[in-house]
Design a protein around this ligand. Structure first.
Ligand SMILES: NC(=O)c1ccc[n+]([C@@H]2O[C@H](COP(=O)([O-])OP(=O)(O)OC[C@H]3O[C@@H](n4cnc5c(N)ncnc54)[C@H](OP(=O)(O)O)[C@@H]3O)[C@@H](O)[C@H]2O)c1
Length: 477
């Protein structure tokens, strides 16, 4: 019997598209799904096209059959709901596996779960890989950005197959990289998702101001965003913002769909994971966390409606003429996004140091150039800036190519935050992007004042500017 190159468990949208992607690149892939009818349907729908593309899809209704169909060492991708289902699938697989086999969790697992699974399987002579996959269902089918965590030998074993299905970066190289051991791949994917939250929040703040202060209709905002996406803000998210804003409401046949969508944002929690982890590690990722908070407050629709009746907040737009404001906004978003990447990269670096991962921020920026949700021209700028500076891991604000950009665009970020805040429209992500930059690049902050208060009420001591040591003052005497 011809054996399959790979196995995949979980045929929901991500798993089925990933399996089709492998098959379209000539791989033979065995698939299994808990609910067997989905396997049968999948094989019925896609096996003949896979064959035409030079690959093969092989359905299995039981684990024994599935495992027997795989060449050794077995490479099994798990693409099921994150959390306990992943542990359940691993437990079911274990009796069938042999030392050297590689189990790959390609879902959005929390990196600490991945660390635990890595160690548990290592103790049994098995390899476990935590693989961050970004790009949604379209990326899974046509090319994702892939961040792999696990043992280097697992990476070497998987590299050819993953390079075949990954998206391409700006130079045509595959958007897949070995990030580091254990949970490193899922960690970097978690921070990617946090950055995604912040970028989307900044875009929504720009949308809100254009809508409220300038009274622009969705297609007019789409026109502005379309121009942005043809320039330095070129990105997948700005590209898709255009059809989202232009879409008429098919249901009522009146107006635009965006105006009918309830202003209550959902989330799957990965932004909050990044924020909690940053708090635990003492790293500031304010724009990412503000984006998480913005979704939380959006969820309180009923309360917001009730309170709005009490306060009747009047917006007093202090606006610039629109042609003057648009380039300022474009520059502000650009500086804000760089600041947001600086926050995410700072978190990645701190974690890499604490966990002893040898990460490379040029390489991480590179694999985000294609396939993933945050793919953008800016990622190529960050990749090249890190590469040119020769520094793998310095603060983004210290990288020479970025210093000149921030010097150029931060004044416009400051102007936009001022104008928008004065008008009564909230800009939590853009404002904190500015504040983060200001504080991270300030010689002096106001923390001396905090230390004075802490020493007064709690004898917490303070350090002095003019001599070493810890000091306490008897403030009452
Ligand atoms: N959707 C996206 O855009 C996206 C993007 C990146 C990453 N991800 C991640 O990729 C993974 C898969 O996402 P998805 O949206 O394709 O699917 P999903 O809705 O997260 O999960 C559904 C799949 O999980 C299986 N499953 C659920 N509980 C199970 C259990 N206890 N035992 C065995 N199988 C179980 C289901 O099998 P049955 O058919 O039997 O119910 C089905 O195949 C998730 O971790 C997700 O967070 C998703």
């Amino acid at each position: 019997m011809t054996q399959s190159n790979l196995g995949l468990i979980g045929l929901a949208v991500m798993g089925s598209n990933l399996a089709r992607n492998f098959a379209s690149r000539g791989f033979r892939i065995s698939v299994y799904n808990r609910t067997n009818s989905k396997t049968n349907e999948f094989i019925k729908n896609f096996s003949s096209s896979a064959k035409k593309q030079g690959g093969a899809l092989v359905g299995a209704s039981e684990y024994t059959e599935f495992i027997q169909s795989l060449e050794r060492p077995r490479k099994i991708i798990i693409m099921v709901k994150a959390g306990s289902p992943v542990d359940g699938v691993i437990a079911e697989l274990l009796p069938h596996l042999e030392p050297g086999d590689i189990v790959i969790d390609a879902g959005n697992s929390f990196y600490k779960d991945t660390e635990r699974r890595f160690l548990e399987l290592k103790a049994k002579g098995l390899h476990f890989v935590g693989m961050g996959v970004s790009g949604g269902e379209e990326g899974a089918l046509n090319g994702s950005s892939i961040m792999l965590g696990g043992a280097p030998e697992s990476w070497r074993e998987l590299q050819p197959a993953l390079e075949a299905i990954a998206a391409k970066d700006f130079s045509g190289e595959p958007c897949v990289t070995y990030v580091g051991p254990g949970g490193a791949g899922h960690y970097v994917k978690m921070v990617h998702n946090g950055i995604e939250y912040a970028v989307m929040q900044m875009m929504s703040e720009a949308y809100a101001f254009l809508k409220i202060a300038y009274n622009l209709k969705p297609p007019a905002i789409a026109d502005i965003f379309e121009k942005f996406s043809q320039g330095k803000l070129n990105s997948f998210l700005f590209d898709i913002a255009v059809p989202v804003l232009r879409r008429p409401d098919d249901l009522t046949k009146k107006g635009f769909l965006i105006d009918k969508i309830l202003d209550r944002a959902g989330s799957k929690g990965t932004g909050a994971w990044a924020s909690k982890d940053a708090l635990d590690r003492g790293i500031s990722i304010t724009s990412i966390t503000e984006a998480v908070y913005a979704r939380s407050i959006s969820a309180s629709k009923e309360s917001r409606v009730a309170l709005s009746k009490l306060y009747k907040n009047k917006l007093a737009p202090k606006k610039l003429p629109l042609p003057k404001f648009i380039p300022l906004l474009e520059n502000a978003l650009y500086a804000g996004m760089i600041s947001c990447y600086a926050q995410g990269y700072d978190l990645i670096q701190k974690t890499a140091t604490e966990e002893k991962w040898d990460l490379n921020l040029a390489e991480i920026s590179r694999v985000w150039e294609g396939g993933c949700i945050i793919r953008a021209k800016l990622l190529n700028v960050l990749h090249k800036a890190y590469q040119t500076s020769g520094s793998k891991n310095s603060s983004l604000f210290a990288v020479p190519g970025i210093v000149s950009l921030m010097k150029k665009y931060v004044p416009d970020l400051r102007a936009v935050v001022g104008v928008v805040s004065a008008s009564g429209v909230s800009t939590p992500a853009l404002a904190t992007a500015l504040f983060y930059f200001q504080d991270a690049t300030s010689k002096e902050l106001s923390a001396n004042f905090i230390q004075g208060l802490r020493d007064y009420f709690g004898a917490h001591t303070y350090e002095r500017t003019d001599r070493p040591g810890n000091f306490h003052t008897n403030w009452i005497s």
